[in-house]
Design a protein around this ligand. Structure first.
Ligand SMILES: *Cc1c(COP(=O)(O)O)cnc(C)c1O
Length: 239
């Protein structure tokens, strides 16, 4: 099968799984946006996705995002992985949303870079709710710090929260983590009412657990593996 056909089939399957999960959760599929995480494939394959109507593409490494965003400027780019502070200035103009703000020092660097180019920076705060030390993200206890930190920002808008499920979980077993992120968001949204930080988005759910994430309120699901199933190694990223 041709690459485009494989992608089209995978996309059709995932789209109908999203629709089923939305139906089960009494949600409108228009509330759930698919972010295609292209870190394992070439720019050529990623560009095919935009031709198939997937406009939101994500990368976990800033350098790879710079490379692919230059090749596919028509996409809306999302950074979903760890961002080092010395890469903020170069990354910010290329992205529509940074999902992975995981420290107050990084948030301050984004504020400074956004001020410099006189632009609003939309971000999500990443929380590590699984307690796994290998994961980035704020720990749950840092919830209390959020309102004071955000009060000092003028160029950053926090649009919501992001998390990764614990390793080895599936659609069902990941749900408590996703529910915990939603509860955290609901509490913070109350405390931030009246500020520019709306916390609308919940970025949660990947290939193995997106149906559970939709059940728990995900608005952005980040999918890689399931989209590219069946492609040969020849289409892998050359980075
Ligand atoms: C790779 C990656 C994804 C996509 O994961 P799949 O299991 O391949 O769907 C989602 N989010 C982040 C942060 C990633 O690094």
């Amino acid at each position: 099968m041709e690459v485009r056909e494989i992608l089209r089939n995978n996309l059709e399957r995932i789209t109908s799984q999203i629709a089923d999960a939305c139906r089960a959760a009494h949600r409108d599929p228009a509330e759930v946006r698919l972010v295609a995480v292209t870190k394992t494939v070439s720019s050529e394959v990623a560009a095919l996705l935009t031709e198939l109507g997937v406009c939101d593409l994500g990368e976990s490494r800033p350098q790879e995002l710079w490379r692919k965003a230059a090749a596919i400027p028509q996409a809306r780019w999302h950074l979903v992985g760890h961002l080092q502070r010395n890469k903020v200035e170069r990354t910010l103009p290329l992205v529509t949303l940074i999902h992975s703000v995981d420290s107050w020092r990084l948030l301050a660097a984004i504020e400074a870079a956004a001020q410099k180019i006189n632009r609003i920076a939309d971000v999500l705060l990443e929380f590590n709710l699984s307690g796994e030390p290998a994961k980035h993200g704020f720990v749950p206890e840092q919830e209390a710090e959020v309102p004071d930190v955000l009060a000092g920002l003028h160029y950053v808008r926090v649009r919501g929260l992001m998390t990764l499920a614990p390793l080895g979980t599936d659609h069902e077993s990941a749900r408590p983590t996703f529910a915990a992120l939603r509860h955290l968001r609901d509490r913070l949204a109350l405390r931030l009412a009246g500020t520019p930080h709306t916390l609308h988005h919940l970025s949660m759910g990947m290939s193995n657990d997106f149906r559970g994430a939709i059940q728990e309120g995900a608005t952005l699901i980040r999918i890689g593996t399931a989209l590219f199933a069946g492609l040969s190694d020849a289409h892998a990223t050359t980075a």
